[in-house]
Design a protein around this ligand. Sequence first.
Ligand code: NDP
Length: 510
Amino acid sequence: MASVEQAPAAEQNGTGIPVENPATGQTITTVPTLSADEVKALVARARAAQPAWDAIGFEERGRVLRRAQKWVTDNADRIIETIVSETGKTYEDAQLAEIMYAAAAFGFWAKEAPKFLADEPMKSANPLVKGKRLVVRYAPVGVVGVIGPWNFPLTNSFGDCIPALAAGNAVILKPSEVTPLTSLLMAEGLRACGLPDGVFQVATGDGATGAALIDEVDFIMFTGSTKTGRKVMERAARTLTPVGLELGGKDPMIVLADADLERAANAAAYYSMNNGGQVCISIERVYVEAPVYDQFVAKVTDKVRALRQGRSSGPGSVDVGAVTFPPQLDIIDAHVRDAVDKGARVLTGGRAAAGPGMFYEPTVLVDVDHTMSCMTEETFGPTLPIMKVGDAEEALRLANDSPYGLQASVWTKDTRRGEALARRVEAGAVCVNDAQVNYTALELPMGGWKTSGLGTRHGAAGIRKYTKQQTLLVTRLAGKRDPHMFPYSRRVTGLIGKLTKLLYGRGKRD
Ligand code: NDP
């Protein structure tokens, strides 16, 4: 198993990946880049360990997961410190969206896995199976590969491993090369909680390590960009390995004239800038009805201008953290420059902040339109472009004018109207007078439409995807030969024809 202790060796042989603190620019440590052969060895180990993990059943697995839940809360500060050091995010962003999520998820899957994956006795109307026992069961796929991004090393990389483990699979996690330390710490935590050897392993490395993992496992859960998601699906097609894809987004916020503007402005500032805007379900663009546009823009700009940015030195120290991934800084700046070149105005922010560390100033843009990349491509940074629209229909048309369909929000005091509009937005989740918090309800499916993903996490489907459905049909009492078996006869064939007519031929004619 790759571990933090392996890091110095990796550094010596030159095959390691340096892990940097983006808020300081300092190198924290180095982790190994696993080769395809090393990935194969991890998978072999996982295959050997998985049957026993499956055999101990939900209750025993639940015990390990509940111990892990407690381990997360007991070690919250240590985990937060690790997350903050490798992402540069604030203490609060690590606490609320990562520690709280993981702690809840361990308990949720421990409790719900036996229900979601219980045998389902079925009844059928078909006379051919009358009196037989019909059951659908869910068997673990075997070895699950999870490939994760850098923005939420605990929630979006490790988080998907929890239901996979609860279902009885062995799991190999390939974290982003930028943020591998949280995953390694979780491996240590799970060991301390009694998870058997080989059931959870971390394959540190780069894109090639991820690609090698796809070749070997029975299911790939991928979270990352749409561009890489396509590559993952293509690679998985070679071995017909099923995939779950949680990809990029460009979430629209629609503010109607009757919205509670103070709440909408607070939410716009928070849900576009939390985690430095590096959230797949960040508010990335806003459409505001003309009568309240000026007021809304003034409120949002004041709130964004007041944000404190910098290296987090503990609770309450800063509001907005660093840009975690170096190339992201260029993408954010390119979107802002492109907008300005095409006539947009920067009301606050608008440039990278002075070092050390990688920071982009919290930015509000106005006079924007859909010729600008800031309105059409995922920016994934602390920027908020706001556009004036004539009415709700124009806002809806623009919201749906996107290849993405991850999440959206509608803001109005008329919640019936808001919900009606929400149902017309092309996105996997739409909030009315809220944003992002739906993600914390693990009962709710979370997944993108269009190029934002395939399949969902959370809810029943969020664990059943890690299983193979098996149909069982058991015939207890039966004669030596059923009437439809050989040899065929004119009489039985005629009877089957009559039966078919009797059962299905009585539909009304138009
Ligand atoms: P990337 O797509 O760049 O990378 C994701 C993971 O895939 C990383 O571990 C990466 O490794 C790995 N990888 C890269 N190339 C390959 C390959 N050819 N085969 C297999 N694996 C590969 O995404 P980011 O890390 O930049 O994350 C940001 C993106 O994630 C944003 O688009 C964001 O919207 C999305 N996201 C979506 C979420 C959702 O739930 N829908 C949640 C969170 C983020 P390495 O880092 O080593 O290159």
